[in-house]
Design a protein around this ligand. Structure first.
Ligand code: PLP
Length: 281
């Protein structure tokens, strides 16, 4: 049974904290992407490095455009950090193109120890459906990136794109977990948050033999931008602390649920989950 601790121990001032990396796109509106990751990592007291993959032109109304960072610069950011600061766990978010995915995988395999946890949040689109990944990059996600993942964390739209299963109930969620696990990650987490007909947000974790379920009461808010990033970042921080994958997911689920409860309106569109909610404690 997974442990359900809702905090991570802090390192004493002057001591090097655990070191994590986000490999992700920038959201100029500050709600999702690497801004959400960095905010989550800071709130959890880990040292966060960043490899920027793309810069989105974005506000609460949507994504207007994005610019991809050259592949050698994406790879160079990972190498520079791995060879000096070190990486104890990392997560990927928006990756934009197959060429960027290939550069990340090649650098990861060459320069990072194979025991370092890699959380793959297979970001395909914004929360209102604007593409953040070229359609022709899906195979690189499926067959090159996901097989390297310690954990892959798709939402239901990403599940449909990656394995062609429409999750509508517990049975199809289990089918999706099996299909996703068959692509080769150590663990697959099928997030149920987008199943809006259910009053419970239930995520299903699978390692090829055992299922673990993580449920939370659904929070009635439209402001959920950055929820996926925040969950995956909190899991990554817990993995850097040496937690097992089920413990890290249990922790991440509690963390993101608190952030969703504190979500706030922003601009004229959809606001973010409140990654800073612990400051009010
Ligand atoms: N990364 C970037 C740069 C984004 O713009 C988005 C969504 O717009 C995401 C990741 C994923 O966001 P969410 O956590 O809301 O799924």
């Amino acid at each position: 049974m997974a442990e359900t601790t809702n905090s991570l121990p802090l390192t004493a001032p002057g001591q090097t904290p655990h070191r994590v990396m986000t490999i992700a796109g920038s959201d100029s509106g500050g709600s999702a992407g690497l801004q959400a990751d960095m905010r989550t990592f800071a709130m959890l007291g880990v040292h966060a490095s960043a490899a920027v993959t793309a810069v989105t032109v974005q506000n609460t109304m949507g994504v207007k455009a994005f610019h991809e960072i050259p592949v050698d610069i994406v790879a160079g950011q990972i190498s520079a950090v791995a060879s000096d600061i070190g990486i104890e766990a990392a997560k990927t978010g928006m990756l934009a193109s197959a060429a960027i995915i290939r550069a990340i995988v090649a650098t990861w395999v060459a320069e990072v120890d194979s025991t370092v946890p890699l959380v793959v949040d297979p970001v395909c689109a914004s929360n209102v459906g604007e593409p953040l990944l070229h359609a022709n990059a899906l195979d690189a996600v499926r067959y090159e990136l996901i097989p390297r993942a310690t954990l892959v964390t798709p939402n239901l739209d990403e599940v449909r794109l990656l394995v062609g299963i429409d999750v509508v109930d517990d049975a199809t969620q289990r089918d999706a977990a099996k299909a996703l696990h068959a692509l080769g990650p150590q663990w697959a987490l099928i997030k149920g948050g987008h199943l809006r007909t259910s009053r419970i947000s239930s995520d299903l974790l699978f390692d090829g033999s055992e299922f673990h379920q993580f449920a939370a009461a659904r929070v009635d808010t439209r402001h959920d931008h950055g929820a996926g990033d925040t969950l995956a970042a909190a899991i990554t921080a817990a993995l850097a602390h040496g937690r097992s994958v089920p413990d890290a997911v249990a922790f991440g689920k509690l963390w993101v649920t608190e952030c969703i409860r504190g979500a706030y309106p922003l601009g004229h569109g959809l606001g973010p989950v409140n990654g800073m909610v612990r400051l009010y404690r």
